[in-house]
Write a protein that binds this ligand. Structure first.
Ligand code: NAD
Length: 438
């Protein structure tokens, strides 16, 4: 099968590389010349474990190539995936579909023979029908179908998620398109990963419902954690106690500084907007958005409390600024709320992150970047663990505490325990949803 992948970001590049590994012929397109230059020279513009090797293998096998020329990529393709960004539109929370529609128009201009145009980007219900109308209008008489194929991969584990998905969701209008989609995903089908085939609208809704549900689960445990702090319970024990209930499940029950990333914040906002426009407000999702914003802000208060009521003039070492480990993605990361608030409060902030520098430097003006946690902690007044990179999971706490001016820790990922911190010489320690000291 010849496939064109429009957009080589976190989703498009991983999908394109994995489809080529299935044995398909894939041409990946991006309008960003810098990205295509890097890809053509064998470099991966994003940090995603395993991607560079898998890409090199399939380029060498002649199944994978990159271009800026959409027309060339689309010309002989039987399947054209749209995997461009759908960020939050300024002002109203709606998903910005400018890139999707622009890609659809270019596809309409370039297509000659029958193909399925598949939207992989996360798009509001009704978008695939609009893509279809747009192509029909731009290229009357063209024989084509549209399909919705939302993506569920997680950054940091994207290849494994793509190769071993819990399910593949495909929304189609007829069997012709369903057969092409089945052909594309056949290698997974043979390995018994379920393909859920639906109509277009249901496939579009599945993606938003899944992300809003997961964001709700995280926000629920974060709110329980805040209550645990008030009433003297330990959220780690509570998570374990409820997560062992098969109806609840133990995933997404780790309390933390609030969700961030390229999907949950924008997709919850977009779902809320879809609800408002349909006259069916998504009250739970709207509350989740508010509570998550409050959670991030509460982290700032926690750090200020830890520093005896003020961070002014204090040096704070922040460990981890990407929205989660194993990615360089900074989009809507809690650090973007917390670090500027600390700097605004008069703190000198040092940050360290294994992959965050490229994206993060411009986003966190005034922060000083250092190479490792121990350098960051030198003469500092507090250490804040914000992203649970492996590098921060097994720190030598004694060594860290010894270097600090005042050994205080805000453990916003609950990696360590009050006991560990006390034994290492910390004079103050706070975590999420459990007792600290100092
Ligand atoms: P991204 O911003 O990393 O990548 C988008 C790419 O598309 C960019 O490189 C951009 O240059 C390119 N592009 C835009 N318009 C183009 C055009 N007309 N022609 C060619 N290239 C074009 O975005 P992403 O994180 O990969 O997300 C893409 C979509 O997938 C979004 O809708 C997102 O919600 C969804 N999604 C993302 C994730 C994730 O973890 N990042 C997971 C599941 C779904």
């Amino acid at each position: 099968m010849k496939i064109a992948m429009i957009g080589t970001g976190y989703v498009g590049l991983v999908s394109g590389v994995c489809f080529s590994d299935f044995g398909h012929d894939v041409v990946c397109v991006d309008k960003d010349p810098a990205k295509i230059d890097m890809l053509e020279s064998g470099q991966v513009p994003i940090y995603e474990p395993g991607l560079e090797d898998l890409m090199a293998k399939n380029v060498a096998a002649g199944r994978l190539s990159f271009t800026q020329n959409l027309k060339y990529a689309v010309k002989d393709a039987q399947a054209i995936f749209i995997a461009v960004g759908t960020p939050t539109r300024r002002g109203d929370g709606h998903a910005d579909l400018t890139y999707v529609f622009a890609a659809a128009e270019e596809i309409a201009d370039s297509l000659e023979d029958y193909a399925v145009v598949i939207t992989k980007s996360t798009v509001p219900v009704g978008t695939n029908r609009k893509v279809k109308q747009l192509i029909q209008k731009a290229h009357p008489g063209l024989d084509f179908d549209v399909a919705s194929n939302p993506e569920f991969l997680r950054e940091g584990a994207a290849i494994d998620d793509f190769m071993r998905p819990d399910r593949v969701v495909v929304g189609v209008q007829n069997e012709r398109a369903a057969d092409i989609m089945a052909e594309i995903y056949r290698p997974l089908f043979l390995r018994d990963f379920p393909i859920v085939t639906t109509d277009l609208e249901s496939a579009e809704m599945i993606k938003y419902a899944a992300n809003a549900f997961l964001a709700t689960k995280i926000t629920f445990i974060n709110e329980i954690a805040a209550l645990c702090e008030r009433v003297g319970a330990d959220v780690k024990q509570v998570s374990k106690g409820i997560g062992l209930d098969g109806r609840i499940g133990n995933k997404f029950l780790h309390a933390g500084p609030g969700y961030g990333g390229s999907c949950f914040p924008k997709d919850t906002k977009a779902l809320a907007r879809i609800g408002q426009e349909a006259g069916m407000p998504m009250q739970i999702t709207e509350t989740v958005i508010t509570v998550n914003d409050e959670t991030k802000r509460r982290m700032v208060d926690k750090i200020i409390d830890l520093c005896d009521g003020s961070v002014s003039g204090k040096t704070i070492a922040v460990l981890g600024v990407t929205f989660k480990p194993n990615t360089d993605d900074m989009r809507d990361a809690p650090s973007l709320t917390i670090v500027p608030a600390l700097i605004g409060g008069g703190a000198k902030v040092r940050v360290v992150d294994p992959q965050g520098l490229n994206e993060g430097e411009a986003l966190l003006p005034g922060a000083h970047w250092v190479e490792d946690a121990y350098k960051a902690a030198q003469n500092a007044d507090a250490v804040v663990i914000l992203t649970e990179w492996n590098e921060f999971r097994a720190l030598d706490l004694k060594r860290l505490a010894r270097r600090m001016e005042t050994a205080r820790m805000a453990d916003l990922r609950n990696i360590y325990s009050p006991k560990d911190a006390k034994k290492a010489g910390f004079v103050a320690y706070c975590a999420i949803g459990r007792r600290g000291f100092g």
